[in-house]
Design a protein. Structure first.
Length: 185
């Protein structure tokens, strides 16, 4: 069984705490793919319900996965071959279930603290002990919705520094989280 990640563009909050779909950022695609490949993630789902953004993501991925980009930069291809662009999180879950034969545990991430949050060490142990896939979900905008977090199987503790400022880019947070879970100890 394996670990998968998803970058969710809906359902997330905007700064006014309204539920929105956020715009695609191509740097997120590349950087999270590179971190995923570095730490042994089996797949990376880009969840983007906006039709023309989904088209753009698939066009970019086609260039790197099948087009000139594959020959031009094989290292980039090696990371980007992990990425699938899908319109909804249910599509990612169904694909993982088809690949693994089991529905994945859903792990929500957030910069906020939750009473039911598990530590990096606890989640690392669960991943090592369980015979099931895990899907670690990263939110764009101002984070995953409360409904999404409540419906998840696990909520991971936030990445925190020594200051009261806690607003990392999603690509930075994803890299730190993957390192804390799978980096050499």
């Amino acid at each position: 069984m394996g670990v998968y990640v998803s970058l969710i563009h809906y359902p997330v909050y905007n700064r006014e705490k309204k539920v929105v779909a956020t715009s695609l950022t191509t740097l997120d695609i590349h950087d999270i793919a590179r971190s995923s490949r570095t730490y042994g993630v089996k797949g990376y789902y880009l969840v983007q319900p906006i039709e023309n953004h989904l088209w753009l993501a698939r066009k970019l991925l086609s260039f790197w996965q099948k087009g000139h980009g594959k020959e031009y930069n094989p290292k980039r291809w090696e990371a980007l071959k992990l990425v699938k662009a899908v319109p909804g999180i249910e599509d990612a879950i169904a694909d993982i279930e088809k690949l693994e034969g089991k529905k994945p545990y859903i792990v929500a991430t957030s910069a906020k603290r939750y009473d039911r949050a598990v530590s990096f060490e606890t989640l690392r142990s669960k991943i090592e002990m369980e015979n099931a896939p895990f899907l670690i979900c990263f939110g764009t905008g101002w984070g995953l919705t409360e409904e999404f977090i409540e419906s998840s199987d696990f909520v991971l503790e936030p990445v925190c520094g020594p200051t009261d400022y806690n607003h990392l880019s999603v690509r930075s947070a994803a890299s730190i989280i993957l390192d804390r879970l799978f980096g050499l100890r």
